[in-house]
Design a protein around this ligand. Structure first.
Ligand SMILES: [Zn+2]
Ligand SMILES: [Zn+2]
Length: 298
C-alpha cells in the first residue's frame, strides 16, 4: 500500500470546505482526544462523539467478534453508526490492524486507517498510516519471570494488557481487559492458566486506543494526514479529499529498460470524479538499479 504524505504545495487548498460543519466521531475508546483538536484547528470542523454507541459490534481486537469486512469497510460502517445515532450527515471513524510486519520477518507492524464519510457530497475520504514500531505483543506465560519480561517489552503499565486462557475448549472463557496493575495481571494469569488446557495464560497488549498511548499517538498523526488530504481539492472538480490513491511499479532498469519492481508512478485521484493523474516519483529517480531487475539480476 502507498505510504507518502500529502504534499500541500502542489494542489489547491480547500481548507475552508468544512469550516463550521459538525461531524460525529464513532468511538468508545477516547479517540476524540487525538482527532478532534487537529480537525478543529486545521479545518474548522467541529467533532462530536455519539452517546452509547457500540463500535465493538463491528469487531474487536481480541477477536471475540470478528470484523465483518475489510478494514476500510469496517471504518465506514463505524462512521455510519455514529451518523445514524446523531442524524449528522458527516461521520469520522478510525480502525487499526496489528500483526506481523508485512515485509520484515519477526517484527510487528500496524496499519491505521481513518475515514471521513460525507453524505452531503456523497464522498468518502480515506487516509492511512503504516506504523513501523507499535507497542504490540502477545505471549503465553506461566510464571512471574515471563510476565516481568513481557512488561519490560511493552511499556507496562502505561500500555495496558489483556489476559485470557492460552488454550481452552470452552465456548465462553474469562478475558481480563485493560489491566494496568501488576497484581491484577498476576491474579488474572493464575485464574486463566487454571482453566487453560495447557495450564498457560495468554498475555497480550490491549490495543484499544485509550489503553495504548503509542497507538493513540499514531491516530493523532493519522488525523493530521487525513486533514491535509481533506484540505486538498481535486484540480478537476474541486471536491475535497484529493490525494494519492495508489502506486504503479515498473521503473525501467538502467541497463536493459525492462520494468523493475520499484515504484514508477504515484497515482493521484479524486473521491468524487474520475480524475486521475500519474505523477513521477518524488525523489526524481527515473531508472532502477539493475539489482532490482529480474532480467539483469535474476
Ligand atoms: Zn535489467
Ligand atoms: Zn474530482
Amino acid at each position: 500500500m502507498a505510504t507518502t504524505s500529502q504534499p500541500e504545495s502542489d494542489a489547491t487548498r480547500a481548507s475552508s470546505t468544512y469550516a463550521g460543519a459538525r461531524a460525529v466521531l464513532a468511538t468508545m475508546h477516547g479517540k476524540q482526544a487525538a482527532i478532534a483538536p487537529v480537525m478543529h484547528d486545521t479545518l474548522g470542523l467541529q467533532v462530536e462523539t455519539a452517546e452509547a454507541i457500540n463500535t465493538d459490534a463491528l469487531g474487536t481486537f481480541t477477536g471475540e467478534i470478528p470484523r465483518p469486512g475489510s478494514i476500510r469497510e469496517t471504518a465506514i460502517a463505524k462512521a455510519r453508526l455514529g451518523m445514524t445515532r446523531t442524524g449528522l450527515p458527516i461521520g469520522l471513524a478510525s480502525e487499526g490492524s496489528y500483526g506481523p510486519h508485512p515485509s520484515i520477518p519477526f517484527v510487528c507492524g500496524g496499519l491505521e486507517l481513518m475515514v471521513l464519510v460525507d453524505d452531503t457530497r456523497g464522498i468518502v475520504i480515506t487516509e492511512h498510516l503504516v506504523v513501523d514500531a507499535p507497542v504490540y505483543a502477545h505471549a503465553p506465560v506461566s510464571n512471574q519471570v515471563q510476565l516481568a519480561t513481557f512488561f519490560e517489552q511493552t511499556g507496562f503499565p502505561q500500555h495496558a494488557v489483556i489476559v485470557k486462557p492460552n488454550r481452552t475448549d470452552r465456548a465462553t472463557l474469562p478475558v481480563f481487559k485493560g489491566l494496568r496493575s501488576a497484581s491484577a495481571v498476576a491474579d488474572a494469569v493464575i485464574r486463566c492458566a487454571a482453566c487453560s488446557i495447557d495450564q498457560l495464560a495468554f498475555v497480550q497488549t490491549d490495543m484499544r486506543a485509550h489503553m495504548n498511548p503509542t497507538r493513540m499517538a499514531s491516530i493523532a498523526r493519522l488525523a493530521a494526514r487525513l486533514c491535509a488530504r481533506i484540505a486538498t481539492a481535486c484540480p478537476h472538480c474541486a471536491a475535497p479529499g484529493y490525494g494519492q490513491t495508489d502506486i504503479e511499479t515498473g521503473l525501467p532498469c538502467a541497463w536493459c529498460g525492462c520494468p523493475s519492481d520499484l515504484v514508477r508512478h504515484e497515482i493521484f485521484g479524486c473521491v468524487a470524479c474520475d480524475h486521475r493523474e500519474h505523477r513521477p516519483r518524488p525523489d526524481g529517480l527515473e531508472f532502477a538499479d539493475p539489482g532490482r531487475c529480474s532480467r539483469c539480476n535474476p
